[in-house]
Design a binder for this molecule. Structure first.
Ligand code: ISE
Length: 356
């Protein structure tokens, strides 16, 4: 495509995240149009397409590809449905922004990484780890890189959602939720995760009967930095994601003051964001804009399929740790291919191309 034309985007999956991306591309960011909403649920498809004048609705990705011209695809279906869409997109030479997780198994993610190298001259799949675009996480990473407070010793993460959707399973605590920390820990520390352990405190009686949570997931990185994640997805009160970083000579925290302080009826207090859409709204806007701008030039500007693969390996070890109660080591099957090794930007991203 010419770099002066808008990117023609298909959004696959019109649930909460997919519909939000349709709105974002249409109303908030520039240089892209939603041309297709792919969603088997007709009511959802129509509701999302109504946000994007001119977009068609289709029950499958193949149908959308037959009916309209598409340059890029945002994959926002549940994670276990990502792989076939990724394969089709690679075969068709499309730009891809794939919501997390890349896939729900390390073997499937590795297959995607291999397929991408066969089909493309450079990475074309960006993975939707939006926290890398959040101002707080970027600042924390810069603080660690500056060395101003010495080495980073430990991280405390709280990851709290108000409730879970139906059928949210124990392994989804990892694949759907903790996958964000699995990506952000290497981003913050600059190191790979080497082992993981899970502890389960007293169960919240307000969580579904078959969902033992909250849980504590403890990760260790190459140098011995430890990161503890409280995953707590039936916390009732709202959405909260915080990180406290413990350095040798200081502590830094992010995520506590993301909503305005309200003074009313004799009380002063801070609101809590209702969901990830608000907590990470600005990060999603930046993520999608940067993907669009890179995709129009044939590149990506954010986490790659390789980052998606390494996260899948750690997630699999964490699910093993949920079951075994043991400290599970993390083994990466292959070393990072040179295909993925290019200049690193502020978001840990590679493959940003510039206009000729
Ligand atoms: C959801 O899918 C997300 O990606 C949110 O960021 C995360 O906090 C939540 O736990 C997931 O279910």
């Amino acid at each position: 495509m010419s770099s002066t034309e808008n990117l023609r985007v298909a959004v696959v999956g019109a649930g909460m995240m997919g519909a939000d991306h349709v709105r974002r591309i249409t109303a908030t960011i520039s240089n892209a149009d939603v041309v297709a909403v792919v969603e088997p649920d007709e009511a959802r498809a129509a509701a999302a397409a109504a946000l994007a004048p001119g977009a068609i609705t289709a029950a499958s990705f193949d149908e959308a590809l037959e009916r309209t011209e598409i340059d890029g695809v945002i994959i926002a279906t549940p994670g276990f449905l990502h792989e076939p869409i990724l394969v089709t997109a690679l075969e068709r030479g499309l730009a891809v922004l794939c919501e997390k997780p890349l896939t729900t198994s390390a073997a499937d993610s590795l297959r995607i990484v291999e397929l991408e190298q066969q089909h493309a001259a450079r990475p074309v799949i960006q993975v939707g780890f939006m926290r890398r675009f959040d101002a707080g996480y970027k600042e924390l990473r810069a603080l660690r890189e500056s060395g101003a407070n010495g080495a980073l010793l430990a991280l405390h993460h709280a990851h709290r959602n108000p409730t879970t959707p139906p059928n949210f399973s124990e392994s989804m605590l990892i694949h759907d939720s903790v996958i964000h920390e699995i990506d952000i820990i290497p981003f913050l520390t600059g190191e790979a995760i080497t082992s993981v352990e899970v502890k389960k405190p007293r169960k919240n009686s307000l969580a579904p009967a078959d969902l033992p949570e909250p849980q504590f997931v403890l990760f260790t990185t190459e140098s011995g930095t430890m990161a503890i994640v409280e995953i707590n997805v039936n916390a009732q009160f709202g959405y909260q994601v915080t990180t406290d970083a413990v350095f040798e000579s200081g502590v830094a925290y992010i995520g506590r003051d993301t909503a305005p302080t309200i003074v009313s009826a004799g009380v002063s207090g801070q609101g809590v964001t209702p969901s990830f859409k608000e907590r990470f709204g600005a990060a999603y806007d930046e993520e999608v804009q940067r993907w669009v701008d890179a995709a129009r030039l044939g590149g990506i500007d954010g986490p790659s399929a390789w980052d998606g693969y390494t996260a899948s390996v750690v997630a699999e070890a964490a699910v093993r740790a949920q079951q075994s109660g043991a400290n599970e080591s993390v083994e990466y099957a292959v070393a990072k291919p040179s295909f993925y090794a290019e200049a690193v930007t502020e978001t840990g991203a590679a493959h940003v191309l510039t206009e000729a």
